[in-house]
Design a protein around this ligand. Sequence first.
Ligand code: NAD
Length: 534
Amino acid sequence: MTADGPNDDLMNGVVTTKADEIVSYNPATGDEVGRVPIASAEDTAAALRRSRTAFQSWKQTSFAERKRLVMAAREVILAEVDEIAHLISSESGKPFGEAIAFEVAPVLDLMQHFARRSERMLRPAKIDIGLFKLLGRSSRVVYHPLGVVGIIPAWNYPFSIPLGEAVMALMAGNTVIIKPSELTPMTGLKIAEVFEKAGFPADAVQVISGDGSTGAALVEAGPDKIMFTGSVATGKKIAAAAAKDLTSVVLELGGKDPMIVFEDANLELAARAAVWGAFCNSGQNCAAVERLYVHESVADALTQKIIQKTLELKQDTGDKETTSIGAMSSERQLKIVEDHVAAFRADGARIETGGRRNPGLEGLFYEPTVITNAHNDMRAMREETFGPTLPIATFSTEEEAVRLANDTEFGLTASVWTRDYAKGRRVAERIEAGTVCINEHLYTHGIGQTPWGGFKNSGRGRTHGREGLMELVQGQHIHTNRIAILPDAWWLPYTPTAVETFRGFASKFASGSMIKTSLMLPLLFKRIRELLKK
Ligand code: NAD
């Protein structure tokens, strides 16, 4: 932090120049990308009040109107694809082509999906209430929006994650406040611009820039839901702060995702997938391959392919179409990578490629690093690295592979590589992770139709898919009695006949069997007659 301009903190990608301003820098070049004010706690509370007011009219809009606006926002993005991708690239360091492939394209697909399908997914749902139907009863669930949804994202997918969550929240009838990461504030403002250009009503979506203190102020202000993406440590702080007002939270947290390669896998494909899964976005993916377990009989063959493909990757600034690996987003993150690589070395693992900052480039470039002889006792195999490292360990049996994969506090995603699909599914179902792919890795966050979220310390709740949409509504149960002429047998006053009837409820009605229940009909009529006489 500095009083009046960039200095040694510059390559952190963010420098606070004044107490109330963030300056965003390109981590590849050190150039300033832009500056934004830090919203104060008062600003944040005022934004929340405006959001509540906007909610009163937004929740009345039809699905058709919401769809029209979301589809208009798609058009705004489509008209500026390259511009948006370059902005994402300049703030995060990732190659701009990657910003199109893994941010712009997937979020456009998510937008059309939820614009078109939310109405059907949120249609009132009839519930089968079993034998209660015989009493002329029916139940359905009606879905209501929650109110104000606060979105606090990380910096690694600064466009697609908050935008996708915002669209889902809006389609469900909520209003939204986004507090972008302090490392990518200009991308956050771009999201606000997209909604504004699309014609969304004022305050339906607000973007307030700031750092962790602004995020904390947003939680403190008391929205109706928090959608958080970030570290386990911050997730715990947010969950604790939100508990004060019983604000519900979805937490999308870290990962240490395993890739298991069996001896019968297509090794060429597995090697390519491992290189992509570990090194795209400089490994700064919650679902990156952070541990590769390969069957000992094919370990050498797979490792050689991985090393060869890694050495072919071109690392450079993200603005070039030939760049495969860009800069990391912050000095802080790069230092974690250095620490983990040093720990691997010290613990006896072998650094096969990389293992250092790129000496030919000036920004925050860390070379893609393949590591062999890794095992689970090493600290760096247990903590999230979130950088371009690919540690490889071996296993000898299916049982051991599952045990090693599950030997972690995290459980976001995993992958299993085999030509035997029965084995693939068997192993996948034993892995403790929110998503397990067979012969694929990482990319299902880009399929907005599918649920996303972690087991264990990787999170709580879901984003994306039907499950993610349901996080953004509250279900109201409407129960109707269509034969409202007789008292219920369980009403007061109680008598010996009542108690006998209740025994029948327990032994017959509650069995779910129509035949058994019919045996208690005489008793039921007796009880009703008794009640009618009282
Ligand atoms: P972080 O926890 O440092 O910050 C995330 C966000 O929280 C930022 O916007 C930050 O300003 C805000 N914040 C910080 N302190 C806060 C507080 N006390 N109250 C409210 N908000 C606060 O995480 P990061 O470094 O930005 O992101 C990296 C982490 O995100 C990694 O662990 C990664 O695995 C995880 N991540 C998870 C997913 C997923 O879908 N599970 C996706 C992307 C990233």
